[in-house]
Design a binder for this molecule. Structure first.
Ligand code: NAD
Ligand code: IPM
Ligand code: MN
Length: 360
């Protein structure tokens, strides 16, 4: 099979981690007899430095023409990078939001699984980490606060900033359907997370999710307020199967869920629309504090590439081979710094990529 993949190395650790995912994919192609054709896309700061904007129309066209996009991460240190002196629509993050919207990638799947080997890296109490957990956050990705109207004004010398949170029932319905479909193939449980005790958008969210649930009598639905969910994630993460939530809540809760797996460097993601196309990227950022030092954990990106093999290309055996390689390397005791524990072997980003590729 020929896999046409557009690659966005991005900024910070992005190029380092994408290089490791590509090593692993090349090995998969060799072993299973596929051909990979790659096109590189500049996005974020890397595009600003060359084109003056975080994403060009040509870059979007290249992404659309590919079967899938593999992305590292974009952005710089928001306190010090000159990119953050630019107007908001010209900053790195605007490129990411633009590509998500342009490709209609409304469904962001973020699986958080605690590998038994990483129980020692989980910051929770031992009885919780020993029980383990395996959840998937289904985050709505093209609506809500991220895409609502916003402006800053000054009235009578007082500055005022406004961000609006809007959802239509159709936007809620399509992400809910994705969550129920996924839950059916997992443990059959959806926890819909909202703030229905305060927000109108959440009250609509709850009622549309209830409507969708009628078509899935085999899936158990419950609702949870977002503040409680933040607490439950550290109290008893094993209670969750699929967490369905809106854009901003999903952003925050997925970082929290990532840390209980040991590190944000473990959390992969797939951003999907209603076709086979997908954009695959780790859930973490460009980690400017460790960029260029060969310290980053590439596993989230490698597991995102596995999601690409599964969701875009229907190559389940190949995806399993990648996931199995991750399991083996962890079982053999190799760790990057973020998941290091006593008695394990510390390796850098590039070495971790080599080890994973060797085990395909
Ligand atoms: P971050 O996720 O980049 O980093 C948070 C912490 O986690 C840092 O200490 C970092 O070193 C660590 N970390 C992240 N990924 C790691 C990995 N693979 N291995 C080991 N450690 C890792 O979040 P931040 O510092 O808030 O943001 C930095 C920049 O990244 C900002 O410009 C932000 O906008 C951007 N960002 C981009 C994306 C994306 O491209 N999807 C996601 C989140 C943040
Ligand atoms: C993520 C990131 C992005 C988001 C930023 C960089 C715009 O934090 O992918 O989780 O908030 O969606
Ligand atoms: Mn985030």
């Amino acid at each position: 099979m020929k896999l046409e993949i557009a690659c966005i190395p991005g900024d910070g650790i992005g190029p380092e981690i994408v290089a490791q995912a590509n090593k692993v994919l090349d090995q998969v192609a060799k072993k299973f007899g596929h051909e990979i054709e790659r096109k590189e896309i500049l996005m974020g700061g890397a595009s600003i430095d060359v084109h003056g904007v975080p994403l060009t129309d040509e870059a979007i066209a290249t992404a659309k023409a590919a079967d899938a996009v593999l992305m590292g991460s974009i952005g710089g240190d928001t306190n010090t990078s000159p990119w953050y002196k630019l107007p908001p629509e010209k900053r790195p993050e605007a490129g990411l939001l633009k590509i998500r919207k342009a490709l209609n990638l409304f469904a962001n799947l973020r699986p958080a699984y605690l590998y038994p080997e990483l129980a020692g890296a989980c910051p929770l109490k031992e009885e919780i980490s020993r029980a383990g957990f395996d959840m998937l956050i289904m985050r709505e990705l093209t609506g809500g606060l991220y895409f609502g109207e916003r402006h800053t004004t000054t009235e009578n010398g007082v500055r005022k900033a406004v961000d609006t949170l809007t959802y239509t029932e159709e936007e809620i319905r399509r992400i809910a359907i994705k969550a129920f479909d996924v839950a059916r193939k997992r443990k059959g449980k959806v926890t819909s997370v909202d703030k229905a005790n305060v927000l109108d958008s959440s009250r609509l969210w709850r009622s549309v999710v209830e409507e969708v649930a009628k078509d899935y009598p085999d899936v158990e639905l419950s609702h949870m307020l977002v503040d409680n969910c933040a607490m439950q994630l550290v109290k008893d993460p094993a209670q969750f199967d699929v967490i369905l939530t809106e854009n901003m809540f999903g952003d925050i809760l997925s970082d929290e869920a990532s840390m209980v797996t040991g590190s944000i460097g473990m959390l992969s993601s797939a951003s999907l629309n209603d076709t086979k196309f997908g954009l695959y990227e780790p859930s973490h950022g460009s980690a400017p504090d460790i960029a260029g030092k060969d310290l980053a954990n590439p596993i989230a990106t490698v597991l995102s590439a596995a999601m690409m093999l599964r969701y875009t290309f229907d190559l389940d055996k190949e995806a399993e081979a990648v996931e199995e390689a991750v399991r083996k390397v962890l079982a053999e005791g190799y760790r990057t710094g973020d998941i290091m524990s006593e008695g394990c072997t510390l390796v850098g980003c590039s070495k971790m990529g080599d080890l994973l590729a060797e085990r395909i």
